[in-house]
Design a binder for this molecule. Structure first.
Ligand SMILES: [Zn+2]
Length: 321
């Protein structure tokens, strides 16, 4: 049994994404005091990711005072938080990795692991745009699409901790293939990986949807570049996002009808800079949802931004025991 986390101590918050590991020192009140990001483009093996986290932790220690009282890790995966187990992480190609135990051995402090969207939604509920909500749904749009539901301050876990996986809601019954066994998932139309793939398909057809000025330095055709292009009024990018938006609107309508939240927080790396997304979601929810549910919900943008998963995971670590 790992040692118990001291409440109020300094916590290491970590967010393991498909291409990056972000780590920060999270203090009282969910404040992030210094954070670092490292790319993990080639080696996704659990041991390599643990080494990356260990190094980030040591660098953060050098910047601040003292060590850690515990660590909370948010990860794009289905996670059994109680067991500290990463059950299934398609982007990292992990299955049944006892991640908490292995990272505890490396860091020497207790570790809590949680799905990234659940951690982000928890962070928003505690310290961000979800504060005071009775029934909060977090819709997190990044490389993939995640979600979580918090009712009266309690995350609704489902049977294995995977409730709220809204990215795999079917929006086209014979639609595009997903990374999961299903097809036509919301994520396969509006997740970052799907938007990038659509842009790449257009490029292959000889159409260049992303103008030169919106491209990244590496000239990669990414969803971030599409969002940047849309902000600069590139018609090709606006078109790509408009298509994705119509699917996200269907997702938001389904969430509001099925969960009856009083607040829907929209976060995630892609949604933060996506022009016009929230007004579109608000308008479609008003028009298409069952009226009492539509009237009850407020749709708001994340306040914690990219720090939400780190803050939420660290707070979950502080509360355990
Ligand atoms: Zn899917």
């Amino acid at each position: 049994v790992p040692p118990r986390t001291r409440l109020g101590g300094t916590l290491l918050g970590v967010d393991v994404g498909a291409t990056k590991v972000r780590a920060g020192r999270v203090g009282r009140g969910g404040r992030v005091r210094g954070h670092l990001v490292t790319e993990i483009l080639t080696d996704h093996h659990p041991e390599a990711v643990i080494t990356t986290i260990y190094r980030l932790a040591r660098r953060l220690e050098d910047q601040g005072s003292g060590g850690w009282s515990g660590s909370g890790v948010a990860i794009a995966a289905q996670v059994n938080r109680r067991a500290g187990l990463v059950l299934y992480a398609p982007n990292l190609a992990w299955r049944n990795v006892p991640f908490a135990r292995r990272l505890e051995a490396a860091l020497g402090v207790p570790v809590t692991v949680e799905n990234d969207a659940r951690a982000a939604t928890w962070g928003e509920w505690r310290f961000g745009a979800g504060r005071g909500a009775r029934a909060l749904f977090g819709l997190i749009v990044g490389t993939g699409i995640g979600g979580a539901f918090i009712q009266e301050g309690r995350p609704v876990p489902g049977s294995i901790g995977a409730a709220g996986e809204i990215g795999h809601l079917t929006v086209e019954s014979r639609g595009r293939e997903c990374t999961c066994p299903n097809r036509g998932c919301l994520e396969a139309y509006a997740g970052g990986w799907a938007i990038a793939r659509r842009a790449q398909e257009r490029e292959a057809d000889g159409d260049r949807p992303i103008s030169r000025r919106s491209r990244s330095a590496r000239d990669e055709v990414t969803a971030e570049a599409v969002v940047r292009g849309a902000r600069q009024a590139d018609p090709g990018c606006q078109e790509l996002l408009a298509e994705a938006e119509s699917y996200l609107a269907s997702g938001a309508v389904s969430i509001v009808n099925a969960f009856n939240p009083d607040r829907l927080v929209v976060g995630g790396g892609l949604a933060l800079h996506w022009p016009g997304l929230l007004p579109r979601l608000r308008a479609e929810v008003r028009r298409r949802c069952q009226p009492p549910a539509a009237t009850a919900v407020r749709i708001v943008r994340s306040r914690l931004g990219p720090a939400a998963p780190i803050v939420g995971a660290a707070d979950l670590a502080a509360r355990r025991g």
